[in-house]
Design a protein around this ligand. Structure first.
Ligand SMILES: *[C@@H]1O[C@H](CO)[C@@H](O)[C@H](O)[C@H]1NC(C)=O
Ligand SMILES: *[C@@H]1O[C@H](CO)[C@@H](O)[C@H](O)[C@H]1NC(C)=O
Ligand SMILES: *[C@@H]1O[C@H](CO)[C@@H](O)[C@H](O)[C@H]1NC(C)=O
Ligand SMILES: *[C@@H]1O[C@H](CO)[C@@H](O)[C@H](O)[C@H]1NC(C)=O
Length: 644
């Protein structure tokens, strides 16, 4: 399958613009609800789903509301879909918010029905026409998490009561949308509220829906914020002002040209469609293979004899029946629990969200291969359990936390020193170099980011979650969340073309390096902080790299070494994959003072030649033209893990 992108419109530009200059599309997820019933004709259903999303995408953005009914290409399986942005979002933010929903919702496929509530928008699909529904069994209210402290609760309750009532009354005369605020004073903090009905509801149903939402929120009012997620509407109150005061959806003055963004954004969607389609193809291939194979029984016998196999009951006990108190964290593909085995060994047990039984043999093969891979900077995989009701992976337990928590935790008291940061970076580089080149397999991680790097007591970095990419890539869930979950880390050629080589990991590693040294996240969406890649590049151009280093370090770092490390980060994030160094070269550049560090040739995203295609010759201007041909296989989904 070959995908063609219009040459003029460049995804880099979009990401760059998104990274530096937009307001908040409020993509925080309030809830994702998947119906347990599965479509009986998954392939056709997914096809209809994809075309329903495509059709929503044509209208959403300029309009805050869109519905579609799709029966795919030729099939008779219908998918109904509805998207609604909060009215205060600008068209651009609405589009971005929808994009986030659009990439998260496929995690539910092939469920017959699913919905996702973000704080800025809503998306639902179903196998019947639900557009006029206002209530349902899945209605949900989320209070908190934080409780109000140090104020009178009764006064606060009155204020919540006041704003939610006014919102539900005000929305009816206002096209189904309303915001209200009550100022704060010594007695209680300020309260802000927003209500939004889906535009397909009649005003009568809208009123009922918001009244129910308001009633639900009243029940929460010792929490500083709460959300009512109802079938036909959304209501939220908070002590923080979360909505856009301007309201009404106009783009502000200083924003980038909307038409450009929309055009480019649609290429992002093409890319995402491509991904879904790739998944669909992979799904078909796999089902065919499955039909041909009859010896699954034999496999499970092999499996139960294998030392890699853990008994489900044993792990259940070890984790105190997956008690919330044992929960260590939440990853893209599952929750992780601490477990204590019979003999006192502490392990980390990952409980996968999706049912991998379907892929049981692939999964087991992968686990078999990967468990042989050992390195001090990789989190060891000890085994798995695939016979119980859920699939579980058992990992080496790493005390301490993920780099992400370590670096970006709010209210952290202790600044991580330069030496500590440097050690973490070198460790992560060595682990990744080992994955790429150190064993008899070539393993591309595909999801290098700060939350996938664990840091132990001795501040040794350990890369988690590697190597399972290939078996999960057959699964829509993992692929689509992988693509969406880490937008800020994804190499452009991978995002746009699905072209996956080690250089995609090198790119993500580069982003990680810049984050660790600058002490802030490369937020794709945050307007104030802007893209970290952009700002480090600016410092590089003005020959002041050391100024980009985390302010928290004051001057307690070797300026030259810091500039070198940042320069390596920039080398790794160059737009063309073949300009990026290999990980083993990165390790040498980091650890050998005599190893030369070349100057980065290209800025990470923003290539002035891309913005002004006529400004210079095209030969070296397009970040895409010099990229290498797709590696050995042309199917991006299967290039992750190849024996050498
Ligand atoms: C759509 O249907 C046509 C004719 O039924 C078929 O040739 C084509 O391959 C289908 N396309 C997809 C994407 O399934
Ligand atoms: C729609 O999904 C429900 C389960 O949510 C199922 O009972 C029903 O048969 C499905 N309808 C069609 C037309 O597939
Ligand atoms: C929604 O519309 C359908 C017909 O399209 C109708 O049968 C049903 O009663 C309506 N439901 C509500 C809650 O208005
Ligand atoms: C709610 O509406 C009442 C009556 O219109 C008004 O007096 C009050 O100030 C409003 N409160 C807020 C927070 O808007």
């Amino acid at each position: 399958m070959h995908l063609h992108f219009p040459g003029k419109l460049n995804l880099f530009l979009l990401l760059n613009l998104v990274g530096i200059s937009l307001s908040d599309p409020r993509i925080n997820r309030a809830a994702l609800i998947c119906d347990p019933s599965r479509s009986s004709n998954a392939a056709a259903f997914i096809q209809s789903f994809v075309s329903a999303m495509e059709s929503l995408n044509k209208q959403i953005g300029p309009s805050p509301f869109s519905t579609s009914v799709s029966s795919g290409n030729s099939s008779t399986v219908r998918v109904y879909a509805l998207a609604q942005c909060m009215n205060d979002l600008s068209p651009t933010d609405c589009l971005l918010c929808f994009a986030e929903c659009r990439t998260k919702l496929p995690a539910c496929l092939p469920s017959n029905s699913a919905r996702i509530f973000l704080d800025g928008c809503f998306l639902r699909y179903d196998n019947y026409s639900f557009f006029n529904e206002s209530f349902g069994g899945d209605d949900l209210t989320v209070c908190g998490p934080n409780k109000l402290l140090g104020f009178s609760t009764s006064e606060f309750k009155r204020r919540v009561e006041d704003v939610v009532r006014n919102v539900s009354l005000g929305a009816v005369g206002n096209g189904g949308f309303c915001v209200a605020e009550r100022e704060g004073d010594v007695a209680a903090p300020a309260v802000y509220a927003l209500g939004q009905c889906w535009r397909s509801l009649s005003m009568g149903s809208c009123k009922q829906c918001l009244e129910k939402a308001a009633e639900e929120l009243r029940g929460c009012s010792d929490a500083v914020e709460a959300r009512a997620l109802i079938t036909g509407c959304y209501m939220r109150y908070s002590t923080e002002n979360f909505y856009d005061e301007g309201g009404g959806g106009g783009d502000g003055g200083g924003r980038p040209n909307l038409a450009v963004i929309l055009a480019i954004a649609s290429s992002v969607f093409v890319a995402m469609m491509f991904v879904s389609f790739g998944v669909y193809v992979a799904h078909n291939k796999l089902s065919k293979r499955r039909k041909e194979r009859k010896d699954l029984g034999r496999l499970s016998t092999t499996l139960s004899k294998s030392c890699l196999n853990f008994k489900y009951e044993v792990l259940e006990k070890a984790t105190d029946y997956f008690s919330p108190s044992m929960k260590l964290g939440q990853g893209g593909s599952g929750s992780v629990y601490k477990g204590v085995l019979h003999d006192g060994t502490i392990v980390a047990v990952k409980r996968l969200f999706f049912n991998t039984r379907q892929w049981v043999d692939e999964f087991f093969n992968e686990v078999n291969l990967i468990s042989g891979i050992q390195h001090k900077n990789l989190v060891g995989l000890l085994g798995c359990s695939i016979e119980g009701p859920e699939s579980l992976l058992v990992y080496e337990y790493v005390p301490n936390k993920s780099l992400d928590q370590f670096l970006f935790e709010k209210n952290k008291t202790q600044v991580i020193s330069w030496q500590q940061r440097y050690k973490i970076i070198v460790g992560a580089a060595e682990g990744l170099a080992f994955l790429h080149e150190g064993s008899k397999f070539r393993i591309i991680h595909r999801d290098i980011k700060s939350s996938n790097i664990l840091v132990d007591e001795k501040l040794e970095a350990k890369i988690a979650d590697f190597g399972l990419a290939r078996c999960f890539s057959h699964d829509k869930t993992h692929l689509s969340t992988g693509i969406a979950g880490t937008l800020g880390y994804m190499a452009p050629e991978y995002l746009v073309r699905g072209q996956l080589t080690e250089k995609a990991d090198v790119y993500s590693f580069g982003v990680l390096v810049l984050e660790v040294i600058c002490g802030r996240k490369n937020s794709v969406y945050a307007p104030q902080s802007g893209s970290i890649l952009q700002s480090v590049w600016e410092h590089f151009k003005s020959n002041s790299l050391a100024e980009a280093v985390d302010q928290g370090l004051r001057d307690n770092f070797p300026a030259r070494q810091a500039s070198n490390v940042l320069q390596i980060g920039l080398l790794c994030t160059q737009a063309s994959a073949n300009l990026r160094p290999s990980m083993s070269t990165v390790v040498r550049m980091l650890t050998d003072d005599d190893h030369p560090i070349p100057l980065p040739m290209q800025p990470p995203f923003l290539n002035t030649n891309v913005i002004n295609p006529d400004a210079s010759s095209k030969s070296s201007s397009s970040p895409f033209s010099p990229s290498p041909p797709p590696s050995s296989s042309s199917d991006p989904i299967t290039t992750t893990f190849e024996p050498r």
